[in-house]
Design a protein around this ligand. Structure first.
Ligand code: NAX
Length: 423
């Protein structure tokens, strides 16, 4: 007990030494110097003899470190002693000794179908991990604030240990204040007879305001996932309006398409989803996306060598993935909210925490695979340390090039339709 206490104290002391500005000498001599403090082992840090040792160390450590000022043990150190008591309690309870501070997550359209299916999973730790407390900022239109009240009540009723606060608001600047992760789900749906151009413009106005508010009040390291459609172009608009942030802090959700493609391939090959990797969605989250299994693997083997069915890939697999959303609406009479929420959770989790898998994410194009700057195009990505990088130099056959070109063209057309919003 006493030894390990000594080791922890050595660490504690080294940081005190750094403050004193003489790191190397003290760091070398520390553990041996601590030996001379030796007292009778205590059963617990709360044991009075352990406390006495602590006080002794707090006095002696700065001397060993050569600090110019020797602090006095007194009320000033009560906080540290209390912290050590808490540490001991946590260790005994088998919990993480030091709790992470909460991070704020914003969700727009929080009272909508996808919002409703997402919030409970964020609050239970499925997005940012079981040790990451969260504060939820729920953003809605004024007309939906009453429905949002009900969602807040349900979140409270779940008594999620990780949920440290809920703020419901229709004010964007308040809603994005200090937010580190934002899911922009709320968007204007396409009404009967509405032209695609009008949908783009109406949503463009929404995402301009949201981007500007994020720019003004959000945490400078914010990660923004745009779900509301047309997701890639809404993402471009929001990122453009967030003038002080990097475009790489924004992405549009392609993960539902990727998850759908994996499920289709698993069914065809009679394989487990967990054995499939490197499935790619290129381009736009629209019917012109390109779900690509040329690089996919099943249990480490090339998927196309196992499936051996080019006609299935072109006539079933690709259109099924592209039109899956419409098929679900036709069957269910409602859109695919739960699977979209699941994809949003997977997508933000892998971006924030990293993954060994290739994940398809819409990135600001920069010439990769012949897609010039100016749009958010989905690429296979590597995610490490909170940063996304496209997988480069994959061979692209003529069929794939043609499919990717359709998406590229569509995204530039969308961009041109909202050019006025991109200044
Ligand atoms: P709902 O109509 O159920 O909910 C949308 C919610 O957003 C409503 O509560 C509405 O009041 C709110 N809202 C609208 N404008 C807002 C604004 N300016 N600020 C804050 N809140 C606002 O739709 P839902 O099924 O949740 O779908 C949301 C969006 O996700 C749609 O645009 C939909 O097309 C899109 N999807 C995107 C997917 C993707 O893979 N990227 C897949 C699923 C989904 O289709």
């Amino acid at each position: 007990m006493m030894r390990s206490t000594g080791v922890r104290l050595a660490n504690c002391g080294i940081s005190a030494v750094r403050t004193a500005g003489r790191p190397s000498v003290a760091a070398r001599s520390f553990s041996s110097e601590l030996d001379f403090l030796g007292s009778a082992p205590a059963k617990s840090m709360k044991d009075p003899s352990s406390r006495a040792l602590w006080e002794k160390i707090l006095l002696e450590v700065p001397k060993i470190a050569g600090a110019s000022e020797i602090p006095k043990v007194g009320p000033k150190y009560e906080g540290l002693l209390k912290f050590m008591d808490g540490l001991e309690d946590s260790l005994k309870a088998g919990q993480s000794a030091v709790e992470k501070p909460p991070v704020t997550v914003a969700v727009t359209g929080a009272a909508g179908a996808i919002g409703y299916a997402t919030l409970f999973r964020i609050a239970s730790g499925q997005m940012l991990g079981p040790d990451q407390p969260v504060i939820l900022n729920l953003i809605e239109l004024p007309g939906a604030m009453n429905a949002l009240k009900g969602v807040v009540m349900e979140l409270q009723d779940c008594a999620f240990p990780l949920l440290r606060g809920i703020n419901a608001t229709d004010n964007l600047e308040q809603g994005f204040a200090d937010v580190k992760y934002a899911l922009l789900v709320g968007a204007k749906p396409r009404g009967p007879g509405m032209e695609r151009g009008d949908l783009l413009k109406d949503n463009g106005a929404i995402f301009t305001k949201q981007g500007a508010a994020i720019n003004k009040t959000a945490h400078r390291d914010i990660k923004v996932l745009v779900v509301g459609n047309p997701a890639n172009t809404n993402c471009l608009i929001a990122a453009t309006a967030a003038k002080d942030l990097s475009p790489t802090q924004f992405t549009a959700m392609m993960r539902l398409d990727q998850d759908r493609a994996i499920a289709q391939l698993a069914a065809k090959a009679n394989a487990a989803v967990k054995d499939i990797d490197r499935v790619i969605i290129w381009g736009n989250h629209s019917a012109n996306q390109y779900p690509d299994i040329h690089h996919a693997r099943i249990g480490g083997k090339r998927a196309l060598d196992l499936v051996k069915d080019d006609a299935w890939m072109k006539k079933d697999f690709i259109p099924n993935v592209q039109k899956r959303g419409a098929a679900i609406i036709a069957a269910r009479g409602a859109s695919s909210a739960a699977s979209a929420a699941s994809a949003a959770i997977h997508c933000m989790r892998d971006w924030a925490l990293g993954t060994d898998q290739w994940i398809s994410m819409a990135l600001p194009s920069n010439g990769e695979y012949g897609v010039e700057k100016g749009i958010y195009f989905s690429y296979p990505c590597i995610s490490r340390f909170g940063t996304l990088a496209p997988v480069l130099n994959l061979p692209v056959d003529p069929y794939s090039a043609e499919m990717m070109e359709k998406s590229r063209k569509e995204l530039f057309e969308e961009r041109d339709a909202v050019a006025a919003l991109l200044k």
